[in-house]
Design a protein around this ligand. Structure first.
Ligand code: ADP
Ligand code: MG
Length: 165
């Protein structure tokens, strides 16, 4: 697990951008955390880093937003209004994953409908503008992805803020 505290919404977007650059078709990110913890803010960075100029909004009512870049799509889903995994099964997440990365907000609500392997990102309010992000890889592919993310993230931190591993 990798734990990072961000100190502003912009820092969370930068984190998202760093992560978004690494995403490929078939990658699944499961975002967990209460209202206001920063999930949608993180996705704004993810979509930009992945390469889409599209505006990122909360898909609470439409369930899934699609962001485009010249080749490919990024899927952004919000499971908040779903009754549970059974309803999620109707959405055919597998079809999404065949044509792009998929990022799910409130993933904890549909855990049973998700594939076994994914990168879990738990977000929690800390104080005012501070948010704790815990990134937990499930499966070897996501361990490698997280390693690559961590390497880049550390390289863009100001020297004074680096902590020993
Ligand atoms: P969620 O999708 O989890 O409900 P949002 O991203 O919509 O959360 O909202 C998070 C709110 O908290 C935004 O208003 C954002 O500007 C604010 N915020 C303040 N500090 C942070 C931070 N460090 N990371 C993310 N959002 C932050
Ligand atoms: Mg949201």
């Amino acid at each position: 697990m990798l734990e990072i505290t961000t100190h502003s919404a912009d820092e969370t977007r930068i984190l998202g951008r760093t992560l978004g650059r690494l995403l490929a078709t078939g990658d699944l990110l499961a975002l967990e955390g209460d209202l206001g913890s920063g999930k949608t803010t993180l996705v704004q960075g993810i979509a930009a880093g992945w390469g889409s100029p599209d505006r990122v909004t909360s898909p609470t009512f439409v369930l899934i937003n699609v962001y485009r870049r010249p080749e490919g799509r990024l899927y952004h889903m919000d499971a908040y209004r779903l009754g549970g995994p059974a309803e999620a099964a109707d959405l055919d997440l597998d079809a999404c994953l065949e044509s792009g990365p998929l990022v799910v907000e409130w993933a904890e609500r549909i855990r049973d409908a998700l594939p076994d392997h994914f990168l879990q990102v738990r977000l929690a309010w800390q104080e005012a503008d501070h948010r704790l992000l815990q990134l937990v890889p499930h499966g070897g592919h996501y361990r490698l992805l997280l390693d690559r993310f961590e390497e880049t993230w550390r390289s863009i931190q100001p020297a004074g803020s680096r902590r020993p591993r």
